[in-house]
Design a protein around this ligand. Structure first.
Ligand code: PRP
Length: 214
């Protein structure tokens, strides 16, 4: 009896993850049980050779880096922030947004003062401002970043902007774009060596499903 090699896939739980799973399904890696309404987090289709895990989006790269998952889909924001030791195989062109600096509309930077930057992404912010030679003080927050400049906790924020609605509704505006963000297919380095054929097949099937911008 020949046992099929299973590929363990970490999917980001949530709306993005559902779109990502749809792409896997259309690529021939369906797992119908994943659509059942329950709280299970692991689903497999032995015939198709895939086992899916729903994990917190910011944890996908950890599962993949440590080999608990062979492949996964993570946002470029997470890959830039944590620089996990993984291969980035494909831009899925999903979950598109940008990392931006935002502030109150009337904010003017006074370079004589240290700039107070509130963010969930301290490494991205530090890297951006160090390239500009600007002194900053990082205020690491875990969410609702937009409140920081309103309460004068910070001068600016470095955060994800998708539609821009959250900024607008909190009287902030984007000032500078740091980097465009989208979801990426990533692979564990040793899995890529030992399960190369299966991973390459998945990558190529997904690639054929990637929607280009019109
Ligand atoms: C992200 C980000 C902004 C919002 C931007 O938050 O931190 O708050 O989305 O989206 P918009 O430009 O379409 O308004 P998320 O929903 O991930 O929640 P969080 O703040 O808890 O991380």
């Amino acid at each position: 009896m020949c046992l099929k090699t299973m590929i363990n896939v970490a999917l980001p739980k949530g709306r993005l993850g559902e779109k990502v799973y749809d792409m896997f399904e259309k690529s021939g890696y369906e797992c119908p049980s994943i659509k059942e309404v329950n709280r299970k987090l692991i689903f497999e289709n032995e015939e198709a050779g895939v086992r899916y895990f729903w994990v917190k989006p910011s944890d996908v790269a950890i599962y993949v880096e440590r080999g608990a998952a062979d492949i996964g889909v993570a946002g470029k924001d997470i890959l830039l922030e944590y620089a996990p030791d993984v291969y980035e195989l494909l831009d899925m062109n999903l979950g598109k947004c940008r990392m931006a600096v935002a502030a109150k509309k009337d904010f003017r930077d006074n370079t004589e003062n240290t700039l107070r930057v509130a963010t969930k992404f301290p490494n991205i912010a530090k890297d951006y401002y160090s390239k500009k030679g600007r002194d900053i003080d990082i205020i690491k927050l875990n969410g609702s970043i937009e409140i920081a400049p309103i309460l004068n906790l910070s001068d600016v924020i470095v955060d994800i902007v998708e539609t821009g609605k959250t900024l607008l509704e909190n009287d902030l505006e984007p000032k500078e774009t740091i980097v465009p963000i989208s979801a990426r297919l990533i692979a564990n380095k040793s899995s890529f060596k030992f399960k190369m054929e299966q991973i390459e097949n998945i990558k190529n099937s997904l690639k054929a499903q990637v929607k280009t911008d019109d």
